[in-house]
Design a protein around this ligand. Structure first.
Ligand code: C5P
Length: 222
């Protein structure tokens, strides 16, 4: 039975988008709803895991988890994860973290004037890659949303970020992903892979949680 197969396992999970301030009233954001992450956090808690959910802004009702940490920016998410990463067994990164943030957010509302306005952006830290590079990293599951060459890019990320598992999906056009109820995933790990066909994100999260529990158990036993 699947019941409580993650009992006693401490999971840290990021979800949702981040917002990168341009000025006190505006931000750069993305279309992530947090749906997949919230569903996965709930599914992992259902398997008995102690789940700490670090969430960017989402309109959804959060799942029942041990702790919910609300953040807005990538830097806040980074700080929340860094403070907790050494105390988890599994780290799951579902968040759509902004790769860049405005270099110098304006202290007051930017006024319209000139025909063009340039905003300089600087790189945000890669939260997942940092956690995976810890001296004693937790078991890591990352996500890869790609418009094309899904498997190739996902394999690259699994290797480059030194992840234990990656769940990849196609986004854009009529495929699942952002702003959709349904999704399909190609899950890769060193030595195996599994295709989870198009289904609701809630069902998909349950299947992915079970697959994660299997891989974690194997990794742990090794
Ligand atoms: O390289 P890419 O951004 O496509 O990798 C996506 C994966 O990395 C996701 O699991 C995402 O949550 C994570 N990520 C992160 N911090 C970033 C960028 C991505 O944790 N700054």
């Amino acid at each position: 039975s699947d019941v409580q197969r993650l009992a006693g396992v401490r999971v840290l999970l990021t979800a949702g988008p981040t917002r990168e301030p341009l000025d006190p009233v505006r931000y750069l954001g993305n279309r992530s709803s947090g749906r997949m992450g919230y569903a996965l956090a709930g599914a992992l808690a259902d398997l008995g895991a102690h789940v700490v959910l670090v969430s960017g802004p989402s309109a959804l009702a959060p799942p029942a988890v041990a702790e919910l940490v609300r953040v807005e920016t990538a830097l806040e998410m980074h700080a929340a994860v860094t403070a907790r990463a050494r105390d988890c067994d599994v780290f799951v990164a579902t968040a759509a973290v902004a790769d860049y943030r405005p270099a110098e957010p304006a202290g007051s509302k930017i006024k319209k004037g000139a025909e063009t306005l340039e905003i300089r952006l600087v790189r945000n830290p890669d939260i997942l890659a940092e956690v995976a590079a810890l001296p004693k990293p937790p078991f890591t599951l990352g996500f890869a949303a790609e418009t094309n060459d899904v498997e190739q890019y996902a394999r690259g990320k699994l290797k480059d970020k030194r992840l234990d598992m990656i769940a990849a999906n196609r986004v854009g056009g009529d495929s699942g992903g952002f702003e959709r109820e349904e999704n399909a995933l190609l899950v890769l790990w060193n030595g195996g892979q599994r295709t989870l066909p198009m289904m609701s994100k809630v069902e998909l999260a349950r299947e992915l949680a079970v697959l994660l529990a299997e891989r974690y158990a194997e990794h742990h036993a090794a």
